[in-house]
Structures are given as structure tokens and as C-alpha cells.
Design a protein around this ligand. Structure first.
Ligand code: PEP
Ligand code: MG
Length: 552
């Protein structure tokens, strides 16, 4: 048995034969054409054929993985019709009298290189897309047939990398898992794999040789491990793991479309936490009621310079649009402490968790804050965006924030830029915010408790210090009492409140949270259906008094 290590991007265990995925390799030869106009006409024909293919792929994806994920093929259609791209191809044919295949391949490479060199993570990813569409045009020019799975039985696909169009073209019923040597967790391919509910592993340390074809393997998407020619013991262990996982997933899927309502009729919103646009597929797959926390700082962590207003706008807009009218709560920049970004040039601090971070930076460097707020308000015209501010400690801070928000709105109004009046809320993650939550509730429209930081600050335990892991206890009565106090103060003042820290997904506390009357729990997408199950099995009235007495 050989063990290969990689990274799992979607959990699940697949057992079967490996099938080496062969890309259609087009050997592009450069040759001279006499009649450039005729060659341009050939290209135009191939362009039309490509658009038809992409429309078919869009329709197929729409049925299989939903509108949000099919959107990539609309992007590909737009790319095929991009004027700069077309102009470059036609110019090359005209000025160099070369064949269309060569002009498309060269332009595709040039554009892909240009995208790859951009700082913006989203644009970088478009590099693979432009290569993908160029290959498609070339295959239409050369009448090539599509790559398919060359097997009658379902297999584990093993590839260097997979483009989104290749992934969706594969017959889903024949794919047990995707295993690739390259690829990124944010690629559309990974999103599609998650949405198709197929285990996926990337960055697997393997040399793709013909002799791997047809060999027995196990792909464990939970650990990112591939077992090649597994021994009896491993096979048995993994068969059991797979059976347990399938059973669990099957049961949970039955809960899609069901309400988050307890046996005694109390309902609660279950939303999802995300870090970037690509997480939305998982959110939809798991039937979240909305996004309860979009950690916007990940946009800053992925880049080598401040993301521009336009770049941020595109990300927020994409999430709002894909969530199609469901609530999307975007938290403003929460940089500092463990989330350091070089280009912010921050001084080294003795106590970074108690230092210059989050809203403190935003209220100090108002240019950065206003750029983000402008992007958020512009995006609000495309969906239902709420804005949430982290690390609040006082009413004064909230008033200052609201003043800046009004300035940004006035600027946009003057420019005639449309925006919505976003719901404004704050994170409650400092003991100070808890203690003045009655006053804060009069200033904002909702609270979301960040239990990760609230535990750290309440218990005076650095959440980053592994030595203190054993005593970092979010179940501590002090933390639970704080949550109860925030819930009571929110409700007494007529606003809603939720939890977006990890504790929200803790099934041991679901009953307690329901007894407190918490309105929303925001958790990792993959934990949504499990939480829904727990809610639906709970009878709050029966246990309420006992649960709350424990906190007195
Ligand atoms: C929290 O502190 O609980 C929270 C949700 O924010 P983060 O984990 O990003 O600090
Ligand atoms: Mg926090």
C-alpha cells in the first residue's frame, strides 16, 4: 500500500479504481494562411460553436448544481465575446497571416499570463478560465471530441488539474471522487465538487503515470489522503468510515428545505459563516437561511496591497447576488491580533489581542474604513446586505461609526450611486460591550455575539495559546451568563440577536440558546443541517426553566 498526502476540499470517502483523466491535448502548429479573411471567418464560426457549447453546459449545470454555480459558464460566454480578446486574435491573423488555432492559443496564453500576474485573487483565478475557453475554441476549430470518463464503472478521477467546464462535463454518476495534483480550494472546480457532493482532494503528491490507471485506491476527502493498493485492514477501516459518513449525510439531506423549528414550535434562523465569495456554493448546498458572518478581512489577507473599492465591491456584490435576496451580514475589517497583514505596516505589540485591531484601526485610518463602506453600500443595491462592526467597546464608538456611515451615504447620494439602507449591527465580543448592551441596543438594529473573542476576553485566556487550550472553556458560566444578558438586553430594546462564534454550532448548548430566545445561530456551512436536526428534536418549554436556573 502506498499513502499519498494532499488536501481535502470536500469530505467523504471514495473506494474504487483510479482513472487517469486525459486532457484533450491540442498540438498547435503555426502555419501560414494566404487568405486572412477566410481564416477570420473560420474563427468567427468556431466562436459561434463555442458559445453554443457553453450555453449547453450552462443549461446542464443549471439543472445539476443550480444557478449560482452555473454562472461560471455565463462568465465564459462573456470572455469568448470579450472585444480585447477577439481583437487580439483577429489582429494576429491579419498582420501575421497565421492560422486561427495558433492565434487563439497565443492570445489565450498572453491573457492567462496577464491575469495570473494580477494581485487580485479573483482575477488571478480567471487565468485558468481564459485558458479553458481558448482550448474550447481550438477544439471546435479542430472538430475534436469531448473528454469523457473512459470506464463503465464509477471511478476516482485522477488529474493534473480540472477546469470547471471539464468537471461539469464529467458524468456525475461515474465519478466517485476528484483527486488532483494541482488546483486551489477556491477554484470553481472545488466549488463544483462540493456542490455535486463528491469528495475532492487537491495538491496530492503524486506523479501521474499511465500505470496508475485502473489501480485500486481509497480517497479520503476528510484527511486529504489517498491509499493506493490499500491493504485489507485499511480497506475495512475506510469502508466503515464511508458507511458512517454516507448514513449521516443521507439523513441530514432529508432536512433540506425543512424549517428550523423546535418540537414546541419555536423557530430560529440558521445562517452560515464565510470567508470569501467561493464559500457561497457550500452555503446554498447546505440550505442556510442567509450569511451570518462574512469575515471581510480575508479579502485583505489574500492580497499584497489594500484591496481597492472596486475589488471589494465585486466580492460583496457577488455574495449578495448569489444569496438571491437572503440576508448577508458582512463584518467590516477585523485585522490585527492573529490576523496580520504586511502592507498595513503595523508596529509590533506586546499584547496584540488587546491592541490596535479591528474597529480601532478603522476609526483611526478612516480612509481605509470609508473605502470599505463605499464598496459595501454600492453592493447593497444587488441584494440584502447588513453591515456589522467588530470589537466594539462603547456607545461613543458606535456613534462615531454611524457618523462616518452617514458621510459615506451622502457621498454616494451626491454621485447618484444607488444603495440600500443597510441594517447596521455590532459584534458583542468584549465584556465591556456586554455590560453596556442595554445602551448599545438603542444604537443599532442587531447584535451578533463573537464567542471566540468573548471567551478569550472574559476568561483572560489567549485563544491562540495552545498551552491554555484545556482551560479555554466557552461553556464557563461567566460566558453563558453574558450571552443571556445580551439576549435579554437586545429583546428588551426590540432588536434581534445571534451568535456567530464557534459556540453557535455547539450542539450541547443548542437547547440553552433556544431557551434564551436567541434569534440566529451562524455556523460553518457543513454544520447547518446537523444543527437543524438538533433544533427540530428539541422541546424548549420542557427544559427551559432547568437550563436557565443553571445560569442564576
Ligand atoms: C468571534 O470572535 O467569535 C468571531 C466570530 O470573530 P473571529 O473569530 O473572526 O474573531
Ligand atoms: Mg472576534
Amino acid at each position: 500500500m502506498i499513502v499519498l498526502n494532499g488536501k481535502g476540499v470536500f469530505g467523504g470517502v471514495a473506494i474504487g479504481k483510479l482513472s487517469l483523466y486525459q486532457k484533450q491535448q491540442h498540438q498547435i502548429k503555426r502555419y501560414h494562411v494566404e487568405d486572412a479573411d477566410a481564416e477570420i471567418a473560420r474563427f468567427e464560426e468556431a466562436k459561434k460553436g463555442t458559445l453554443v457549447q457553453l450555453q449547453e453546459l450552462y443549461n446542464k449545470a443549471l439543472k445539476e448544481v443550480g444557478e449560482a454555480n452555473a454562472a461560471i459558464f455565463e462568465v465564459h460566454q462573456m470572455m469568448v465575446e470579450d472585444l480585447d480578446y477577439i481583437e487580439s486574435i483577429i489582429n494576429m491573423i491579419n498582420t501575421q497571416n497565421v492560422n486561427a488555432e495558433y492565434a487563439v492559443a497565443t492570445t489565450g496564453d498572453n491573457f492567462a499570463e496577464m491575469f495570473a500576474s494580477m494581485d487580485d485573487a479573483y482575477m488571478k483565478e480567471r487565468s485558468a478560465d481564459v485558458k479553458d475557453i481558448s482550448e474550447r475554441i481550438i477544439s471546435v476549430l479542430s472538430n475534436a471530441t469531448k473528454s469523457t470518463v473512459d470506464s463503465d464503472e464509477p471511478v476516482i478521477i485522477l488529474a493534473e488539474d480540472l477546469a470547471p467546464s471539464e468537471t461539469v462535463q464529467l458524468d456525475k454518476d461515474k465519478v466517485l471522487a476528484f483527486v488532483t495534483k494541482f488546483g486551489s480550494s477556491n477554484s470553481h472546480t472545488a466549488i463544483l465538487a462540493r456542490t455535486m457532493n463528491i469528495p475532492a482532494l487537491i495538491s496530492v503528491d503524486v506523479d501521474l503515470t499511465e500505470e496508475l490507471n485502473g489501480r485500486m485506491a481509497i480517497a479520503d476527502g476528510f484527511t486529504g489522503t489517498v491509499y493506493l493498493d490499500p491493504d485489507e485492514e485499511t480497506l475495512k477501516k475506510m469502508q466503515e468510515k464511508r458507511a458512517k459518513d454516507l448514513e449521516k449525510k443521507e439523513l441530514l439531506l432529508q432536512l433540506k428545505g425543512k424549517e428550523n423549528v423546535t418540537l414546541d414550535g419555536k423557530s430560529i434562523n440558521i445562517y452560515a459563516n464565510i470567508g470569501n465569495v467561493s464559500d457561497v456554493a457550500n452555503v446554498l448546498q447546505n440550505d442556510a437561511g442567509g450569511v451570518g458572518l462574512f469575515r471581510s478581512e480575508f479579502l485583505y489577507l489574500e492580497t499584497t496591497d489594500y484591496p481597492t473599492e472596486e475589488e471589494q465591491f465585486q466580492s460583496y456584490k457577488a455574495v449578495a447576488e448569489r444569496m438571491a435576496g437572503k440576508k448577508v451580514i458582512i463584518r467590516t475589517l477585523d485585522i490585527g491580533a492573529d490576523k496580520q497583514v504586511d502592507y498595513f505596516n503595523m508596529d509590533k505589540e506586546e499584547n496584540p489581542a488587546l491592541g490596535y485591531r479591528a474597529i480601532r484601526i478603522c476609526l483611526d485610518r478612516i480612509d481605509i474604513f470609508k473605502t470599505q463602506l463605499r464598496a459595501l453600500y454600492r453592493a447593497s443595491a444587488y441584494g440584502k446586505i447588513s453591515i456589522m462592526f467588530p470589537m466594539i467597546i462603547s456607545v461613543e464608538e458606535v456613534r462615531e461609526i454611524k457618523k462616518i456611515v452617514e458621510e459615506v451615504k451622502a457621498e454616494l447620494r451626491d454621485l447618484g450611486i444607488p444603495f440600500d439602507d443597510c441594517e447596521l449591527g455590532i459584534m458583542i465580543e468584549t465584556p465591556a460591550a456586554v455590560m453596556v448592551s442595554d445602551l448599545l441596543a438603542k444604537e443599532v438594529e442587531f447584535f451578533s455575539i463573537g464567542t471566540n473573542d468573548l471567551t478569550q476576553y472574559t476568561l483572560a485566556i489567549d485563544r491562540q495559546n495552545p498551552k491554555l487550550d484545556k482551560i479555554y472553556n466557552p461553556h464557563h458560566t461567566a460566558v453563558l451568563r453574558m450571552i443571556k444578558m445580551v439576549a435579554d438586553n437586545a429583546h428588551a430594546n426590540g432588536i434581534w440577536m445571534g451568535i456567530c462564534g464557534e459556540l453557535g454550532a455547539d450542539l450541547e448548548l443548542t437547547e440553552t440558546f433556544l431557551a434564551m430566545g436567541i434569534d440566529e445561530l451562524s455556523v460553518s456551512p457543513s454544520l447547518i443541517l446537523g444543527l437543524r436536526k438538533k433544533v427540530r428534536e428539541t422541546n424548549v418549554d420542557a427544559v427551559k426553566d432547568a437550563l436557565l436556573d443553571r445560569l442564576k
